[in-house]
Write a protein that binds this ligand. Structure first.
Ligand code: ADP
Ligand code: 5GP
Length: 195
């Protein structure tokens, strides 16, 4: 049996990371892919855990060696999904979550039409700004860039399989878990009476 591939996108600060942690706590046999990035680690980030932090030269090498399932430039840095890490889990029947931007999401959908694309929306732009300021992991200038990018990213939601509005955190977590459980139910469905 092969696992399901889920792609989660949404504006920075919408709550993707928070939701994914809660989903991983609620469900078994689901793995969150760790991407490679050329951006610098934030103070609380651990190499190999949050991301694999790599040089530009190493990122070029990964592209040349076809080591990335998809990659994109986001907010001025490059990010990519490590192909081998994802494929061996899917082949082992483990569900995989990619938390990536829309450019990457559509590359994945082209290669894997069965991938389930989920867009996480903030309840409003004002709340998005409040969350980014409260998280305090970016400078004022970086927050402004992310808010600007959010306005464009939100148009992409029409091309996703599902949209989850992250207003109430418990409700949004349940919505995400339900989407994953529904996909598992389809995979597990008997193929009909062979008689
Ligand atoms: P993303 O991964 O999409 O950039 P985060 O998961 O880091 O976003 O969330 C951004 C901030 O908003 C964090 O400080 C998080 O604790 C907070 N947050 C997430 N979901 C909610 C919610 N439903 N209500 C209020 N605050 C939230
Ligand atoms: P951050 O720097 O805040 O961790 O992430 C910035 C953006 O990069 C987010 O929109 C995130 O979803 C996206 N991102 C993270 N990893 C990948 C990846 O492997 N591929 C793509 N295309 N985007 C990614």
């Amino acid at each position: 049996m092969r696992g399901n591939l889920f792609v989660i996108s949404g504006p920075s600060g919408a709550g993707k990371g928070t939701l994914v942690v809660r989903v991983l706590e609620s469900l078994k046999d689901v793995w969150l892919s760790v991407s490679a990035t050329t951006r610098d680690p934030r103070p609380d980030e651990v190499d190999g855990c949050h991301y694999f932090f790599v040089s530009n030269q190493r990122f070029d090498q990964l592209i040349e060696q076809n080591g990335l399932l998809e990659w994109a430039s986001v907010h001025g840095c490059r990010y990519g999904t490590l192909r081998a890490e994802v494929m061996h889990r899917l082949e082992a029947g483990i569900d995989v979550i990619l938390e990536i931007d829309p450019q990457g999401a559509f590359q994945v959908k082209e290669k894997f039409p069965a991938a389930i694309l989920i867009f996480v929306m903030p309840p409003s732009m004002a709340e998005l700004e409040r969350r980014l300021r409260a998280r305090a992991t970016e400078s004022a200038a970086q927050i402004a860039t992310r808010l600007q990018a959010a306005k464009v990213e939100i148009f992409a939601k029409e091309r996703y399989n599902s949209v989850v509005v992250n207003d109430d955190l418990d409700k949004a977590t349940r919505d995400l878990v339900d989407i994953i459980m529904a996909a598992r139910a389809v995979v597990d469905e008997p193929e009909g009476d062979q008689a």
